[in-house]
Design a protein around this ligand. Sequence first.
Ligand code: NAP
Ligand code: G4F
Length: 328
Amino acid sequence: MSKTALITGITGQDGYYLSRLLLKHGYRVVGLIPPQRQSNLAKLGDLAGQVEVYSVALTDSAALLEAVEQLRPDEIYNLAAPSFVPASWSDPLGTLDLVTGTATRLLSAVRQVGLATRFYQASSSEMFGQVDQSPQDENTPFRPMNPYAAAKVHAHWTMVHHRQRYGLFACSGILYNHESPLRPPNFVTRKVALAVASIKLGLSDRLEMGNLQAKRDWGYAGDHVEAMWRMLQAKTPEDYVIGTGQLHSVEQLAAAAFACVDLNWAEYVNVDPKLIRTDEHFHLVANPAKAKQNLNWQPQVSFEALIQEMVLKDLERLKSGAVTPAAP
Ligand code: NAP
Ligand code: G4F
């Protein structure tokens, strides 16, 4: 019999790649989607007709308990979050409510129903924040620097408590930045890809950026969702740091993206001080050794190949009119 997986945040970037992976493995995939967000199912494109939708507010404990009772999932992937970090400063409480509240409600539902459901929590490298050791691993302390990261830390510990106290099979993937052509354009990789494609087609003439010296460990979303799935297939529930182990600066990102279309980034990129973050960090890079050892996981797509895929996809989208050009 096929396994059932419930996914919150199914309409996001990772929701798409994870659904695609689970469908390939023969799962019944059900998205837990609030009623007012169901039109966003269209973001799943070709997969929208292959997944089921269960309509539920993620803030409604009783309704989530009912969902778990009815659907009896083998696995739950809790991906829903307002994931753009700067936005969490404008709505710290809303961020906490959704991130911590959803994890707590779902874990509590699994415990109450008494199923052997395996639970994945979407944790983030942002939880490490102001680090004094690089690279980071599963033993690195959390020092969150913004409301998003603090909410993720709270959700992470809630998951750990359910594992320790109630014996649930629950795991956290502490994931570093992962990207794809499905990244929304407010995130830096997609912002750059769309701008480069727009400039190449003569639809824009410059790109305003924040801190060019900021660095990230950028991987491919398709690789990172594979790690999520492997965590829930393991013998024991454990937490894992998932990243490439390589740092690149925003400047290197811009240089790589412009090089894809034979342009020199320095002729088009300006720094807008308003886009520079005050909660910036520069040293978040993964040591994914545990994932390699226990899950036989390692990234398959290089930084350069990822950026090229994103730029080429935006060129195609602009030519077909599927997206509008980047504003400078
Ligand atoms: P994403 O593309 O921003 O998707 C977020 C998902 O959460 C979407 O389905 C979105 O629904 C849903 N959501 C947002 N606010 C909501 C709300 N108030 N109520 C209900 N649903 C809401 O994020 P992602 O890149 O796929 O990331 C998946 C998860 O991994 C997130 O928890 C993120 O914080 C975490 N994470 C991501 C990265 C990364 O680099 N991508 C790294 C570490 C951790 P709509 O489609 O309706 O907006
Ligand atoms: O693409 P970003 O907005 O992603 P950020 O803040 O690193 O967060 C992403 O990764 C986290 C994992 O580490 C997730 F938890 C989170 O949900 C999200 O998926 O910014 C990346 C870097 C930052 O250093 C930022 O300051 O790019 C720098 N940057 C420079 N100029 C810019 C810009 N970022 C954006 N969005 N726009 C700019 O113009």
